[in-house]
Design a binder for this molecule. Structure first.
Ligand code: URA
Length: 242
C-alpha cells in the first residue's frame, strides 16, 4: 500500500508493488533430499539468462558461466564435514568457529567439466584435480570410458565431481561408477552441475541415493538429440570454441 508507482523512466532501484514484480521462469523442483538447487535469486536468474541467450558471445559466456560455477562451488563446500575449531583473534579474544575436515579433490568430466576447475581452484587453494573422459560409443550409443587420471589416494578424499550439463545422466553415472570402483564411497562424492534435465536428475539421484547433488537449475526436459531444453546449447562448444 505504501509503495509508490514506478516512474516510467528511471535510473537506480525501482520499488515495485507485488503485482509489478517481473516474472521469470525458475527451476523445476525435485523430490530428492540429496539434490540441492541453488536459491533462485534475481542474480542467478539474470546470470542464467545471459548464458542461455544464443546471442551471447564466447567472452561473456565464459565470464557469466564462471560466476554461476563459483556459486555452485561455494554452496557445494557447505556439504563437506567440519569440526569445531577455536581461534584467537589479534585482540586476544577467542572465537569458536569451524574448520573443514578431510581432504578433498575435484574430478572433471571432460571436456565441459574442465570449465569448472578454475572455480574450484579459486575456492580451494592447491586442490588436486583428476579427469575422466567419457564419450558415446558410436556403435552402441552407450557412454564409454576413454581415459581417466585420478589422484592415487582418491579413496581417502571427498570428491567434487564436475560437469555443467546433466542431460540423460549417462556420463555422470558412469563417472560415479569409475570413482566407486577406485574405492570412493558414494556418500563422499558431491556432484556440482549448472543445468540438469528432470530425467537426468531422476536417473542419477535414483541410482545414487547417498550422493549429494548441487545444481543451479533443473530445466524442462530433453529434445530428440538429448539436448537440455530450453537449455543453453552445447556448453563445451560455447565455452571453448571461438
Ligand atoms: N551437453 C550439453 O552441452 N548441452 C546439453 O544440452 C546437453 C548435454
Amino acid at each position: 500500500p505504501d509503495v509508490k508507482p514506478a516512474p516510467t523512466q528511471c535510473v537506480g532501484p525501482v520499488y515495485r508493488s507485488e503485482s509489478q514484480k517481473p516474472t521469470a521462469a525458475v527451476s523445476t523442483g525435485v523430490e530428492f533430499d540429496t539434490v540441492t538447487i541453488l536459491p533462485q535469486t534475481p542474480q542467478l536468474i539474470a546470470l542464467l539468462s545471459i548464458i542461455r541467450d544464443r546471442n551471447t558471445q564466447r567472452g561473456d559466456f565464459i565470464f557469466y558461466a564462471n560466476r554461476i560455477i563459483r556459486l555452485l562451488v561455494e554452496e557445494g563446500l557447505n556439504h563437506l564435514p567440519t569440526v569445531e575449531h577455536t581461534v584467537t583473534t589479534p585482540v586476544g579474544r577467542t572465537y569458536e568457529g569451524l574448520a573443514f575436515q578431510g581432504k578433498i579433490c575435484g574430478v572433471s568430466i571432460m571436456r565441459a567439466g574442465e570449465a569448472m576447475e578454475q572455480g574450484l581452484r579459486e575456492c580451494c587453494r592447491s586442490v588436486r584435480i583428476g579427469k575422466i573422459l567419457i564419450q558415446r560409443d558410436e556403435e552402441s550409443a552407450q557412454p564409454r570410458l576413454f581415459y581417466d587420471k585420478l589422484p592415487d589416494d582418491i579413496a581417502d578424499r571427498w570428491v567434487l565431481l564436475l560437469d555443467p550439463m546433466l542431460a540423460t545422466g549417462g556420463s555422470a553415472i558412469m563417472a560415479v561408477d569409475v570413482l566407486k570402483s577406485r574405492g570412493v564411497p558414494e556418500e563422499r562424492i558431491l556432484f556440482l552441475n549448472v543445468l540438469a534435465s528432470p530425467q537426468g536428475i531422476q536417473n542419477f539421484a535414483t541410482k545414487f541415493p547417498k550422493l549429494q547433488v548441487v545444481t543451479a537449475f533443473v530445466d524442462q526436459g530433453l529434445d530428440e538429440k538429448n539436448y537440455i531444453t530450453p537449455g543453453l546449447g552445447d556448453f563445451g562448444d560455447r565455452y571453448y570454441t571461438v
